[in-house]
Design a binder for this molecule. Structure first.
Ligand SMILES: C[S@@+](CC[C@H](N)C(=O)[O-])C[C@H]1O[C@@H](n2cnc3c(N)ncnc32)[C@H](O)[C@@H]1O
Length: 269
């Protein structure tokens, strides 16, 4: 029998940290990372170990959010308000599912819609329905002129308005596979309402993705709010799952824990 790890086993599997860091000290001379947790327990580990990378990544996510790291990127010329890691991870899922239709709530400058549409362009199939309560004139103009617009339908209305859901339903043909990405208003109540409204559109084996659950970890970061401890998309996902056993969290896409989308990927069984 061949010895050694199989390729898949060699990938890092970190998942988000559950313990809230109290204090982290990196000693580059002794190459040791010391972690002290809120409950007083301590841990030390080699600085360049996988465990230390996991700890540093958790802090890096919080630090990056405070520095607006995710506001620094564009896709095919359109600003995309995402961490590149999350885009690569969702690409893995889109590549596997290859849905006929991807519905996204939250357009902003259009970068995410263009990103999904560009994957569909490469596959030669698939289209995007992008919904935003307000599509600013300059963003609409740039999107209308974009080469990927041929695969994008824009809807300007609240994602939870009954007319919006009816319009989306009308744009999906019988037998088409559907994936949904929720990236609009990130309150627990709004995301839960979106999950209730859009999950029925998701086809078996496909996903509804509730982004930005990392708000739960940002309560102590400048710009974060204490109420985010309970008012966030991750909580909405768990509220939703309590009443819907037809969906389950797929932890695989965010296995590294280096994500703003913890517990985001809900797969329809
Ligand atoms: C985080 S941004 C979307 C970022 C975009 N998906 C990207 O990756 O670049 C959130 C967007 O949600 C929109 N929004 C807020 N409330 C909404 C609602 N009730 N329905 C639809 N869109 C909403 C905002 O106007 C804003 O453009």
């Amino acid at each position: 029998m061949a010895s050694g790890l199989q390729p898949r086993d060699r990938t890092l599997r970190y998942y988000p940290l559950v313990a809230r860091l109290w204090k982290l000290t990196a000693d580059t001379v002794s190459q040791t990372l010391f972690a002290t947790y809120a409950d007083g327990t301590t841990e030390s580990m080699p600085l360049y170990s996988h465990d230390a990378f996991r700890q540093l990544s958790y802090l890096w996510l919080k630090s990056g959010w405070a520095s607006k790291f995710s506001y620094n990127f564009s896709w095919m010329g359109r600003p995309i308000i995402q961490m590149p890691e999350d885009m690569v991870m969702i690409q893995e899922i889109i590549h596997r599912v290859k849905p006929d239709v991807l519905v996204e709530t939250g357009v902003a400058h259009g970068g995410s819609g263009v990103f999904y549409a560009s994957l569909f362009e490469a596959y030669g199939k698939g289209r995007v329905i992008s919904i935003d309560i307000e599509i600013r004139e300059h963003n609409r103009k740039a999107l209308e002129a974009h080469p990927m617009k041929k695969r994008i339908t824009l809807i300007e209305r609240s994602s939870t308005a009954p007319e919006t859901v009816a319009e989306v339903r009308g744009l999906i043909k019988a037998g088409e596979s559907v994936m949904v990405v929720l990236d609009s208003n990130h309150t627990r109540a709004h995301v839960l309402e979106e999950l209730e409204l859009y999950a029925p559109l998701v086809t078996t084996g496909s996903y509804i993705v509730a982004t930005d659950g990392s708000m739960v970890d940002l309560t102590d970061v400048p710009g974060g709010k204490p109420e985010w401890a309970t008012d966030n998309p991750k909580m909405a996902v768990h509220d939703f799952l309590a009443g819907h056993d037809g969906f389950e969290i797929d932890p695989e896409p965010t296995r590294l824990g280096i994500t703003y989308w913890p517990d985001a990927y809900l797969r329809r069984k």
